[in-house]
Design a protein around this ligand. Sequence first.
Ligand code: OXD
Ligand code: MN
Length: 593
Amino acid sequence: MASTLEALQRWVDDVAALTRPAHIHWCDGSNVEYQTLVQQMLASGELVELNQDTHPGCYLHRSHPSDVARVEHLTFVCSRDEQDAGPNNHWMAPAEAHSKMDALFDGCMEGRTMYVIPYCMGPIDSPLARCGVEITDSPYVVINMRKMTRMGALAQARIEREGTFVKGLHSTGELDPERRFIMHFPEELAIKSYGSGYGGNALLGKKCHALRIASWQANQEGWLAEHMLIVGIENPKGETHYIAAAFPSACGKTNLAMLIPPEGYRRDGWKVWTVGDDICWMRPGDDGRLYAINPEAGFFGVAPGTSNDSNPNALSTIARDTIFTNVAVTADNQPWWEGLPGTPVTDWQGRPYDPANGPAAHPNSRFTVSAKQCPTWSPKAEDAQGVPISAIVFGGRRPSLLPLVMQANDWTHGVLMGAAMGSETTAAAAGAVGVLRRDSMAMKPFCGYHYGDYFSHWLSFDRPGAKLPKIFHVNWFRKGEDGKFLWPGFGENLRVLEWMIGRIDGTANGVHSPIGTVPAKGELRTEGLAVSPNALTELLDIDLAGWQAELTAIGQYLESFGARLPQRLRAEQQRVAQALGDAAQPSRRAVAS
Ligand code: OXD
Ligand code: MN
């Protein structure tokens, strides 16, 4: 018997009976185990060694060309009641989903090794952490899970102590898009994923457990599982504010989590501490504040665009012991992607690079690396109690209308801002890129239950004794008439975070507007900033007519959640719409009052 926990042993036995592997390997998470798997994968061609002088311990994996992103149209929440999954999810009845999946898993591991991966999401001794076990036939999944989670013997010991765990079953199957499904059974704390080896579909601790299943659990247990980075901003006085920020996939969470302060800020003593780049679990502490942990132990970051200009910290993090997926390579076998200096000779599919075939690296090519390698990794990231959150930030790719930054009046208004979030789609999910879609709290692909209930859950944190974070909305992606970005982004974003901290500390006044509070003239520090005064005005401009149309669209979107939409959110949308109407026609307000 490989586990003293009967429920775990029985489940593993049942899965083995169904999938019929040649071998079963219980992962202990050791370095020897990792190195052995790497050697096997090098021998089988699943990994390619990169230049070990420039990138020691780095390897390249090329996935099947049809398996390069999350597949939202093949991802299901199989709650008992269809209504609980909501219009924001695809739904299938649990019995139907189980029989569909079990037919796919039947005998699928014949002749192969089945790996049993016990893992912990969050610091191993944290009361906020949760455990799971992933069974997979993919050694690529095992080596990635080792970087992304606390995996192995310690996690198994915790599971055996606690007796509960999320069950994740995965097989790469035939990589046939027609036989590919990612199914979630929230009431059973179970996941079944077949037919894809791509991170978001196959590393089940990440999106499937830490967001879809965890958001369901969080709703029942009074906490939040969110698609957010966590960053600590230390001011020259040595005070650190932790900020959690929700942006959709491939919209710069990793860059913000690792930002390098502009020159003047560095000189003054500002520092940035990375706690997480993708997922945040938050719960109220005894003092009423929200405390957050990053459930992950590594980064599964988007490679293209990561450069010395955009994110030097990420670049130095991935200089060693990193698994690259679907990047290109140079003549001397270094990993390469668009945005890096040098020239690719081989593209992501292993073909000689030809620009006629498109980008050399796949736009959703990735790096997997242990977070401990990040130069700005926060010592607090391992804190069992988590870090106190001062601000929550929402944001998306909005080429127009949305100002650089605005602050919500209060929690309810902030929840509306998060619910109304929209963004242009990116290559992180299969489908068209650059199409504007609503993506409430950046959780559209990840909320494991009805969005209406999710909004109610968010609103429920506003209760007596709560000392909630302030809520802001940012837009780094606003474009001018020439189609170019108005804001330089990256390290310069600290200027915006400094204003937020000023609002929290009471040192920045801001200007009130119908859509929220924006920086007053001169409040954003501009010394050393290469943005013209006109661009700055445009970035903070509020187009009342455009906003009225936006509020109408937000209202229609909210109504799509039907009877489960909380009345408080509907009333808040109406309040903002009314305030905009009054501001657009001041005379009407005068007559009315
Ligand atoms: C991710 C995503 O991989 O959001 O983090 O797609
Ligand atoms: Mn993500």
